[in-house]
Unconditional design. Structure first.
Length: 85
């Protein structure tokens, strides 16, 4: 029977990835999420963002580094991008 091993155990629509492929796809997804978060604050028509941090302090900024620094991020690839900003 062709297909992934244990394919009868999972619901229809289940996708199986190799360890490397799945990790790469999740890393790309995390990077795209960060890019979409700061995308509207960049450029000559960049808009301000209101960020409320964990101390309930309100920050109004259009600086992408400040926005990213105030985010609580768990994903390792996303943390690397934030540390590089």
């Amino acid at each position: 029977m062709p297909g992934a091993p244990n394919s009868g155990l999972f619901k229809a629509g289940y996708n199986s990835y190799d360890a490397e492929d799945g990790a790469v796809l999740r890393n790309i997804g995390a990077c795209r999420t960060i890019a979409s978060t700061v995308q509207t604050s960049l450029g000559p028509y960049g808009r301000n963002k209101i960020v409320i941090n964990h101390l309930q302090k309100m920050i109004l900024t259009n600086d992408a580094a400040t926005i990213l620094r105030e985010l609580d991020v768990v994903h390792p690839a996303a943390k690397l991008i934030i540390m590089a900003s």
